[in-house]
Design a protein around this ligand. Sequence first.
Ligand SMILES: Nc1ncnc2c1ncn2[C@@H]1O[C@H](COP(=O)(O)OP(=O)(O)OP(=O)(O)O)[C@@H](O)[C@H]1O
Length: 358
Amino acid sequence: MSSDETVVSLSGVDVHFESESGSLNPFKDPQTVRAVDDVDLEIAENDVIAIVGESGSGKTTLGKAAVGLQKPTNGTISYRGQDIWKAQKRFSNPDIPFSEIRRSLQIIHQDPESSLNPHKSVRSSLEQPLKKWQTSLGPEDREARILAMLEKVGMSPPHDYAERYPHQLSGGETQRVALIRALLMNPDLILADEAVSALDVSLRVEMMDLMLDLQDSFDTSYLFISHDLSNARYVAEHADGYLGVMYLGELVEFGPAEEVLQNPQHPYTKVLRWATPSLEITDATEPPVRTIDIPDPVDPPSGCRFHTRCPHATAHCRDNAPKSRSTDVPEHRTACYRVDEHSEYWNAEPLEGASLDR
Ligand SMILES: Nc1ncnc2c1ncn2[C@@H]1O[C@H](COP(=O)(O)OP(=O)(O)OP(=O)(O)O)[C@@H](O)[C@H]1O
């Protein structure tokens, strides 16, 4: 992590959901989806962390947990050392009040229209956070602040945009308003959940550049979630940030973005890299997996969850779940036995179709 102070810290976080199959069939036990399993993550001031993984790997659930919108089943989530969920309890008398935590942890969604009230003008939507959190600002200062922000994000003339309603904005403009709205709260962390995925490809880079540009002026951190490694990489590399890779609820690799991309240690990260043509790192035509089938998160494989697909899996991987461990590079960690030269992995029998080849 950077030397700045930690804003949000997740320690041993699980988020498990009871699936609804039990209600459809009362004789069947409800099943548990392990959306997030045993994740540790530290987000420091001014950090940019991009989390990437296939659909259903638990990215959104992890992000929501980090900003206090999803209660963990196990583990703790703290904001500047204050347990977020303890702060919510009545009579808990926390060091940091929950309202302050709520303000400091903001979210922008894939579909920003859902976070803007269709019956409110842009001005009115942006006034709300200022009225609530910047009570010293009078109406004129508020107006000046809003117009300056609209201008800053390229929505010019700002007076005209301030009058508009969400249906009069393009997708990119709506997303900019959602970003301004989050920033006006002066947050420490913004969860950007697939924030650029719905935009046209040409607008994505523009929006990501804008987010990074504003990060400097607002001193905020981003937890940027994407199923698309090119977007995650763009944001994390440009900010000199971190990249985390999720697979079936687990954070299987984490580290400085450039290091994770240039020197991936988890075989699943290599699959993602292979599947991202813009990276142009490999000319292999076949994906580096034994099977393309993704297991059911309700019933994940034993041991290492990637062992059913991994080209290097052994019986040791099938029978034992690897803990996240450090690689040779500072801050780079992965949940794969292959980084430990003393692991029993190296003496175990490769699974059918797999090999130990490095
Ligand atoms: N409220 C819920 N109740 C039951 N299961 C849930 C709930 N929210 C998420 N899940 C399940 O948890 C798993 C992880 O979901 P999550 O949305 O976090 O993944 P994701 O990586 O963000 O995927 P996507 O990009 O498709 O949203 C999925 O199997 C999903 O069906």
